[in-house]
Write a protein that binds this ligand. Structure first.
Ligand SMILES: [Zn+2]
Length: 109
């Protein structure tokens, strides 16, 4: 009975270790992706490969790429949300600094 309990405990430990390792790996991957998006939020358009023109499906004529609307690039997944978050954080920090300096000037006066 105790051997069975020890066996189950061992299996649980192994599963827990695997989960923790994968959790760390996925967290690292997500962090790397966020950094990538913050550094370069745009990605070359997959349909026109950045040329801004693509062939029409039926007529095969060259026309402005419909996926990127002639921009040649498109935003990476989550780029807008991440940059909005960054702007929110930086503006909050700036407001905090502004309030602190105003309070300091009031103290001096
Ligand atoms: Zn395109």
């Amino acid at each position: 009975m105790s051997a069975l309990a020890a066996g189950i405990g061992h299996v649980l430990l192994v599963i827990g270790g695997l989960l923790a390792r994968h959790l760390l790996a996925s967290a690292a991957l997500i962090a790397a992706y966020c950094l990538r998006v913050l550094i370069s939020p745009h990605k070359r358009c997959g349909r026109c490969k950045g040329t801004r023109v693509a062939r029409h499906l039926l007529t095969r004529r060259l026309r402005r790429c419909g996926r990127c609307k002639g921009y040649g690039k498109h935003q990476r997944l989550g780029a807008r949300a991440l940059h909005r978050l960054r702007w929110h954080v930086t503006s909050e920090i700036a407001a905090l600094r502004e309030r602190r300096s105003a309070a300091r000037e009031e103290e001096q006066a």
